[in-house]
Design a protein around this ligand. Structure first.
Ligand code: PEP
Ligand code: MG
Length: 897
């Protein structure tokens, strides 16, 4: 088996399409080499070796060593120097991980590998640069010691042990803080000595001198890091399967730290925060790549490189164009300049905010780089809600005190209580607090805290620092490098602009402008929301708004499924229709009784013990319902409305406290003892599996009768005003054909009566929800009478899994952590299990009624993955909450492309 793929000098074994085998980084290094870009030579050890490694007790295939030796030979030939050479210029290598999808900051990098006490001297001799050579060696021992040998901060230690040694040495020798670049060659030599002593002390073994031993150790560390906690947390968040494994890339070193004509940088071919077509990134003179991303030294904007290094900069601009033309997407690159010569070290599709994704996609269609369908695919459906994210209320901003400025790294507005440590931030968020995570810089250890926070604020680091990358990807509001804030981790305070904030105090951050404000600022909705929902004229003129409309137009062209909404009021309906919903997929009629004194009539109805008493209460409810339906029909102007008959979990409506019971007793004139008795009688051990859904209508047909009457009277009234109406009456929780028949008979009878009374005809349908397994399994029976099915996947998930939708919080996390669930099945459809029931219902339903209309109205209707699954089932529509409508439209379109 071929385990090693080489590249260099315009030739490569692999190419950009081989990401599964070579990882993203390795595949793209091969591709860049092939299209003639200046890439230092190297080789990739494939992800198959990672699989082998874990399947065989962390050992390697026997042929690997020979293949790696051939890979090193190839590098030596191209570079004209030898690995481990103690005489001439030694070949040094960088070892990096490279999974299929990039996992920023999750895996570790080792630079300058191949140095030892002999080769460092030949490096001095070959470069005539003593400081440089010893700086490389010192960095190598530090990185290797940390990542491979595990010399790391242990419990109770506040700082990394290598940093402690450096700081100690600086103070001992210079009696003050100096920056690393001010250390002399002799300082570096001394540090190398002390670092080696530290390694010996901590590991009980000397630092490995043999370059091949170093290389094998580094490769092992990369493979091992695939299973470290940070990587596992990250994979879980982004649903990356553990089986993918990582590749290892070994690449000839080029040096950005040889002096003033060298440097390292990272950049995006366009601005990943707002999408503007400008080269965007950062650069550090006389530095290795790690210095730029680590956020330790604050780098310069890459535009300044034009002045400092005009030639390599011009070359970089050419590379920018070539890359975008070739990959047809915005690239995120790493590069190094060694003595005036440019080298490309990495390219990948750049992570971007939703706003940037939208602008990139629109611009690239105009530029002819991509077509409109590709543009639709370029907007991640699960990120789209970022575009709808709130901004600060302008009036509030005027009043607020501006405390500091930083780099705008993740757009949007967030305010919250500050926490200076990830664990405390996560704990506070768990208690329901809105949290801002404030750090000097963030590292992958902070991931939990970042996930929990509304926003992230750092004092150091640039727009490509860990904090910025991760925040953008998660759609978090983020400001980086707000240098004016002074963080004291021990005292848990943040000092800025003469004020001191303690943990738990409020700050607000605007990640679009980079401004930090004191206190809690109110947020305001985005232009898209104000444009669509309020019809705001200024908002409608913005580029963002217009692009959004264009995207939705393209979605319309591509999609097969339509999108409806779950709406219980005319206002919700109006918003959803403005977002492009083509009807209502679910009106929960019981929700209409939560308002005002309607609940009293509802309670009276539930508590009634005789038919007469119940009919009297129902008579009070009828006008409310009719009025609601009238409003909804008018708003829909002929779009269909699926209205579900009452499905109350009864306990939600009952008065449980003594006060409520007394109050109700007065209002409805029933003695309080009677009310208490009835509440007691109605108590259910498991209300979700109790007297709800159609079971209510079967026990008390007069309820169904009243509701059907309210729906049809409203329909008749609206139809008389020459507004088209399309009521679809939906029977909930049906598991038996007979249940449906009994209820549908009532509905049809009432429809006939109302049409006769009102002397008008209108079309209507009667259908059912499929939300218990028996309903799905006997869908052919049910479809005899039902004109449509709507999957109630909340209950279908609950009943298929036997997991209470209301009580699963207690074990959701352990279930996700132990990978029983890859995702919360109440958020993303369990396609494997629940999906089978749906498939059965679709097939059986169609066998009886080929044209049966099929939809979904559980919460999954607004979840992109679930929407895509519904497309494969061939549903006619999905229905979701009003603000999720654009997300569902995008997901539905993408599924169809
Ligand atoms: C469902 O069960 O999926 C559904 C839409 O109904 P409800 O959430 O009201 O039970
Ligand atoms: Mg339900």
């Amino acid at each position: 088996t071929k385990y090693v793929y080489t590249w260099g000098n315009g030739k490569a074994d692999g190419n950009g399409s081989m990401k599964a085998l070579l990882g993203g980084k390795g595949a793209n290094l091969a591709e860049m080499t092939k299209i003639g870009l200046p890439v230092p030579p190297g080789f990739t050890v494939t992800t198959e070796v990672c699989t082998y490694f874990y399947a065989n007790k962390k050992t390697y295939p026997s042929s690997l060593q020979a293949q790696m030796e051939a890979g090193v030979k190839n590098m030596e030939k191209i570079m004209g120097c030898k690995f481990g050479d103690a005489k001439g210029m030694p070949l040094l290598v960088a070892v990096r991980s490279g999974a299929r999808d990039s996992m920023p900051g999750m895996m570790d990098t080792i630079l300058n590998l191949g140095l030892n006490d002999q080769t460092v001297l030949s490096l001095v001799a070959a470069t005539q640069n003593e400081r440089f050579a010893w700086d490389c060696y010192r960095r190598f021992i530090q990185m290797y010691g940390d990542v491979v040998l595990g010399v790391q901060k242990s419990e109770g230690e506040d700082h990394e042990p290598f940093e402690v040694v450096i700081e100690g040495y600086k103070h001992e020798k210079y009696h003050k803080d100096i920056v690393d670049s001010d250390l002399t060659a002799d300082d570096q030599k001394e540090l190398v000595k002390r670092f080696k002593a530290l390694v010996k002390e901590r590991t009980g073994k000397g630092f490995p001198n043999d370059p091949w031993e170093q290389l094998r150790g580094a490769a092992g560390a990369v493979f091992s890091s695939w299973m470290n906690d940070r990587a596992i947390v990250y994979r879980r968040k982004y649903n990356i399967p553990a089986e993918w494994g990582t590749a290892v890339n070994v690449q000839a070193m080029v040096y950005g730290n040889t002096g003033e004509t060298s440097g390292s940088g990272v950049a995006f071919t366009r601005n990943p925060a707002n999408g503007v077509n400008e080269f965007y990134g950062e650069f550090l003179v006389n530095a290795q790549g790690e210095d730029v991303v680590a956020g330790v030294r604050t780098p310069e904007p890459v535009a300044l490189m034009k002045k400092a290094m005009p030639k390599p900069f011009a070359e970089l601009m050419k590379v920018r164009q070539i890359l975008e033309k070739h990959f047809k997407d915005v690239q995120d690159v790493e590069f190094t300049v060694q003595e005036g010569k440019l080298f490309m070290l990495q390219t990948r599709n750049g992570k971007r905010t939703a706003a940037a994704a939208l602008k990139f996609s629109m611009d690239m269609v105009k530029e002819g780089l991509i077509d409109w369908k590709t543009a639709v695919l370029r907007n991640p459906a699960d990120q789209l809600d970022q575009l709808l994210a709130p901004i600060f209320d302008l009036a509030e901003v005027k009043k607020a005190k501006e405390l500091a400025k930083g780099l705008p790294a993740g757009p949007g507005a967030a305010s919250g209580k500050i926490y200076l440590n990830a664990d405390r931030a996560a704990a506070a968020a768990e208690k329901g607090e809105k949290v801002l995570l404030v750090r000097n810089e963030t590292s992958p250890e902070d991931l939990r805290g970042m996930i929990a926070a509304e926003g992230i604020l750092t004092a150091k680091g640039g727009v490509s620092s860990h904090a910025a990358l991760v925040a953008r990807q998660m759609g978090k509001v983020c400001i980086c490098g707000a240098a004016a804030i002074e963080i004291d981790y021990d005292k848990k305070t943040v000092k800025v602009a003469g004020e001191t904030f303690k943990e738990g105090d409020y700050l607000s951050i605007d990640g679009t402008s980079g401004t930090v404000y004191g206190g809690e600022l109110k947020t305001a909705p985005s232009e898209i929301i104000t444009g669509i929902v309020d019809g705001d004229k200024a908002a409608k003129k913005t580029e963002k708004f217009k692009s959004f409309l264009k995207l939705m137009e393209w979605c319309e062209q591509a999609t097969k499924m339509s999108v409806r909404t779950n709406a219980d009021t005319p206002e919700q309906t109006r918003i959803a229709v403005a977002f492009g919903a083509v009807g209502i997929g679910l009106t929960r009629t019981e929700h209409m009784f939560f308002e005002g004194d309607r609940i009293d009539a509802m309670r009276e109805m539930i508590l009634a013990t005789t038919l007469e008493a119940r009919k009297a209460a129902l008579a009070k409810l009828l006008p409310y319902q009719r009025e609601d339906f009238t409003g909804i029909f008018k708003t829909l102007k002929g779009l269909p409305a699926t209205i579900r008959l009452l499905d109350p979990p009864l306990h939600e409506f009952l008065p449980h406290t003594k006060e409520q019971q007394l109050d109700l007793s007065k209002k409805i004139g029933v003695p309080v003892e009677k009310i208490i008795q009835r509440v007691h009688d109605l108590h259910e051990f498991n209300p979700m599996l109790g007297h709800r859904g159609c079971r209510l209508g079967i026990a008390y047909p007069e309820i169904t009768e009243m509701q059907a009457r309210a729906i049809f009277e409203a329909a008749a009234d609206v139809a008389k005003k020459k507004i088209a109406v399309k009521p679809e009456v939906m029977i909930p929780l049906v598991g038996f054909g007979k249940e449906f028949e009994l209820q549908a008979a009532i509905v049809h009878a009432v429809a006939k009566e109302v049409m006769a009374e009102k002397k008008i005809t209108f079309e209507y349908q009667v259908g059912t929800m499929i939300e218990v397994p028996r309903g799905a399994l006997t869908a052919d029976e049910i479809a005899k009478g039902a004109e449509f099915f709507s999957f109630g996947t909340n209950d279908l998930t609950q009943t298929a899994l036997g997991i209470s939708r209301d009580d699963m919080g207690a074990f959701l996390m352990p279930y996700i952590e132990s990978e029983v669930f890859s995702k919360n099945p109440f958020a993303t459809l369990d396609a494997t299990g629940v999906g089978q029931l749906m498939q059965t219902a679709v097939t059986k339903g169609r066998s009886t009624r080929p044209n049966i209309k099929l939809g979904i109205c559980g919460e999954h209707g607004g979840d992109p993955d679930s929407v895509k699954f519904c497309h494969t089932l061939g549903l006619n529509y999905v229905s979701c909450s009003p603000y999720r409508v654009p997300v569902a439209r995008l997901a539905a379109a993408q599924a169809a492309i």
